[in-house]
Design a binder for this molecule. Structure first.
Ligand code: ADP
Ligand code: MG
Length: 630
């Protein structure tokens, strides 16, 4: 009965407890206090958990407590004077009765006190039980709370972990947010750009729409215009067909009139050309060659030539030299020494054009060696365009006229050949490769059985369409002649060079065709051998050559005469030259002969021979020309 024996102590402990409990706070803050006190080893053990019920019980105890010795119940009795407010006076030793009475009173008081204390004890025990009960329930509560605390701590830990996770997530999200913000900024920028672009496009669209509208308006205008133009085009096309018809009629008329004009000028024409005196040559005496004006005065192109010859063999009776004899000649045209190549060509351009209209044309250069035949036909040395001869000029002219006629539906093709006839043998001047220079022998044959057309076997026939190609051919011919010249001196002047151009024209629209050869012939020197010369072996060879030349030249004269006289037999076959040229000399052909004259007095005899031959030719008239039409 510890509680019963030490009530004071207990009371103190209870007071202490109560004090402690009284200072305790409501549950939640009390936890903090408990937690704090748990750490203090010196502190007395206090129930971990006190509730308001405990503090209420303890408070009840405190209310019932009475201070120390003054606690006895205020009961009226014997002891009351002793225990009352007045201090009991000590009884003398003898007063045993009194003492006994005091003791009894005291005992009674003690008993009362004990009773009270027992009651109190009982109360306290009840309280204790109650407190223990409370402690138990508090312990249970404490455990529950501890469990709860552990759960809360676990929750807190989990919360912490979650918090950590959340922080990491937040960081991640912040990072993402940063990226997203960057992206957003970029997108915003892009959006701005796109908006700008959109605005630009919208403006362009607007502009395009505006233009489209304008175009549509223009289109509808144009469509109307096209419709009217179509109408007009149909009318124009009909007109064009009509004009084409008219143009064709006019072209045919032009050809007819052109031919008539050429015929009026004569199908055989002779032009005389006197070359200038070359540097180093003796100046002829004054009046040796004269060019009297025509009936129209000096403005008329000269057609006459007068040559004076002093014949030393003829003398007067008095012995004085006979006065020079004048020889007058008249031709279709005379070119004095100063005449240029262009002036000469101008005269023959129209004649050359006849070849395009389907009339064979043949142009000869006749004269003694050194009189200017090659110069007239091919041109002077050095490739100077000023001294370009008739062949390149004629071809250039033909190409250009053919091109003009192209607009009227005519298409032309040209094939060139160039041969030389030396000592009655034909050689190709366009030979190339191994045949170059040697010029394998060629034969003149008919192009086919029953064909009028002639062809030279082994000779090259080269299609030409431009000046450059013609230039190349002339250059090749020149080279071939130069090679031959080393073998046989001056062969070129002893042979005839025949340049032929076969012209073929076609009007596909009208099914018309025309074709004719244009022949440009540089004849061999017409000089004769001096009959007084004594003939050595070399001269005999030369004589044969000369006889061949003279024979072919006189055959040419005879052929022209026979044609002029309309003889039944024309001796074409008497020489290779006339045989080759027979298609260019016949009835429908136009012929022009240049008689080239040296201005030197020493050549007077040859000049006279040439002029006489040319005069005879000039008197010839070949029948009315007919165009070669198919
Ligand atoms: P052929 O061919 O008749 O033998 P060429 O044509 O070779 O004569 O002429 C002989 C020389 O006279 C050449 O040097 C030539 O350049 C020159 N010649 C000829 N005709 C003329 C002319 N009209 N103007 C200038 N020089 C000319
Ligand atoms: Mg010559």
């Amino acid at each position: 009965m510890e509680d019963a024996l030490e009530p004071e102590k207990k009371r103190t402990r209870g007071l202490d407890t109560v004090t402690k409990i009284a200072t305790s706070r409501p549950r939640a803050p009390a936890l903090t206090t408990v937690a704090q006190t748990q750490g203090q080893t010196t502190a007395p053990k206090v129930p971990k958990k006190t509730g308001p019920r405990c503090s209420t019980a303890v408070a009840t105890v405190l209310k019932n407590q009475k201070p120390g010795p003054a606690a006895p119940a205020q009961k009226p009795g014997a002891a009351a004077p002793v225990l009352g407010g007045r201090k009991p006076t000590k009884r003398p030793a003898w007063d045993l009765k009194g003492q006994l009475c005091d003791l009894n009173a005291e005992l009674k008081c003690c008993r009362e006190r004990t009773q009270t204390l027992d009651q109190e004890n009982q109360q306290l025990q009840d309280q204790l039980r109650e407190a223990q009960q409370q402690a138990k329930s508090l312990g249970a509560e404490c455990r529950t709370l501890e469990g709860e605390l552990a759960r809360v701590q676990a929750q807190a830990e989990q919360g912490q972990q979650e918090l950590g996770n959340l922080r990491a997530r937040v960081l991640e999200l912040e990072e993402q947010l940063g990226t997203q913000q960057g992206l957003v900024q970029e997108l915003q920028k892009e959006q701005l750009g796109l908006q700008e672009e959109r605005r630009g496009l919208a403006a362009r669209l607007e502009e395009q729409e505006r233009r489209l509208q304008a175009s549509e308006a223009a289109l509808s205008g144009s469509q109307a215009e096209v419709a009217s133009l179509r109408q007009e085009a149909t009318t124009q096309a009909a007109l064009l067909v009509e004009q084409g018809e008219r143009l064709h009629g006019l072209e045919m008329e032009r050809r007819r009139l052109h031919n008539q004009l050429q015929e009026l000028k004569g199908n055989i024409r002779v032009f005389c050309r006197v070359r200038p005196v070359l540097p180093g040559e003796p100046t002829p005496p004054p009046g040796f060659l004269l060019f009297p004006s025509g009936p129209g005065g000096p403005s008329d192109p000269p057609t006459r030539l007068s040559l004076s010859r002093s014949d030393e063999r003829r003398g007067t009776l008095s012995g004085a030299p006979a006065p020079p004899t004048r020889h007058d000649f008249s031709f279709d045209r005379v070119f004095p020494p100063g005449s240029g190549q262009d002036e000469v060509f101008e005269e023959i351009a129209m004649l050359v054009q006849s070849a395009l209209d389907g009339y064979p044309v043949c142009i000869f250069a006749y004269g003694q060696t050194g009189s200017g035949k090659t110069f007239t036909m091919e041109g002077g040395p050095g490739g100077d365009p000023q001294v370009e001869g008739l062949i390149p000029r004629a071809l250039r002219h033909l190409f250009s006229v053919a091109q003009e006629l192209g607009s009227q539906g005519w298409t032309y093709s040209f094939v060139a050949s160039y041969v030389e006839i030396y000592n009655e043998t034909v050689r190709d001047l366009l030979a190339t490769g191994t045949r170059k220079g040697q010029g394998g022998e060629c034969e003149i044959r008919r192009a086919g059985p029953g064909s009028e057309e002639l062809t030279v076997t082994n000779a090259r026939y080269v299609p030409v369409s431009c000046e450059k190609e013609v230039e190349a051919l002339l250059h090749l011919a020149h080279q071939n002649r130069a090679v031959a010249r080393t073998a046989q001196n001056e062969r070129s002047s002893r042979s005839h060079s025949v340049f032929q151009l076969q012209i073929s024209g076609e009007h596909a629209g009208r099914g018309l065709q025309c074709g004719a050869p244009l022949s440009l012939v540089d004849l061999a020197g017409s000089e004769r051998l001096d009959p007084g010369l004594t003939l050595g072996p070399g001269e005999r060879e030369r004589l044969r050559e000369t006889q061949a030349i003279n024979s072919s030249l006189s055959t040419l004269g005879l052929v022209i005469m026979a044609l002029s006289n309309k003889e039944s037999h024309v001796p074409y076959r008497n020489s290779k030259l006339t045989y080759l040229l027979q298609n260019s000399l016949g009835g429908s052909a136009k012929m022009l002969m240049f008689v080239n004259i040296s201005p030197l007095e020493e050549n007077v005899s040859e000049s006279l021979n040439s002029l006489r031959f040319a005069s005879k030719v000039n008197q010839c008239v070949i029948g009315t020309a007919q165009a070669n039409r198919k």
